[in-house]
Design a protein around this ligand. Sequence first.
Ligand code: ADP
Ligand code: TYD
Length: 213
Amino acid sequence: MGQTGGLFLSFEGIDGSGKSTQARLLAEALRANGREVVLTREPGGSPGAEEIRALVLQGDPDRWSAETEILLFTAARRDHLERTIRPALARGAVVICDRFADSTRMYQGLSRGDLRGVVDQLHDLMIGVEPDLTLLIDMDPEVGLSRAKGRQGVEERFEDFGADLQRKMRAGFLDLAREYADRFRVIDGARAPEAVAVDVRAVVDAALNARAV
Ligand code: ADP
Ligand code: TYD
């Protein structure tokens, strides 16, 4: 989305890989350098999309069919894009998004049969943009799961489906990083948060310098 002026970054990875922690640390560091940063997340990131988040992440996990779930995540993304992401990029801000369309490609595209084609078709029709840079925080699913399980809450996250699905998601994300090699950077998440943050910062600084924004 470079033509818009700002820089659009996404964090991806399995549950508990440290995306939210890294997104927050990066936002703080860039703000300290005087940049406008919009730190946001999916599903959610706008009032309407946050309402859809509650619909997809709370209640009975079998509430929606796989196809309906794709529609709901994409509807949330469209609202987020219209209300939050596009306006921020137009102002020249750095947008840091905790998950974006790659999560739908993985969780809805791979977890309940092969629906990747449907996800991509709907994405092309209704979203049509990718982040400038996607940071994949890669790590062993067992570690991610134990970290994620430490959290309590009302949201039925996909981590509840267990280690097998997490392993499949990890492999899927690494495949995606090869498929979209131009925008993906893979970062080893199995280290102290500060060490991971140094690598994240190096990749983002390189992108900012290359674009001189
Ligand atoms: P995600 O957003 O990918 O699910 P979080 O950033 O919420 O991950 O981190 C999940 C849990 O693991 C949190 O309790 C967080 O404090 C902890 N955590 C995050 N990064 C690390 C790290 N590098 N090492 C150890 N624990 C971490
Ligand atoms: P998130 O809040 O990022 O959870 P976590 O911090 O545990 O990684 O995302 C909530 C859940 O939503 C997560 O299990 C992944 C799932 N999800 C999808 O299934 N599809 C999507 O398109 C997105 C954005 C998230």
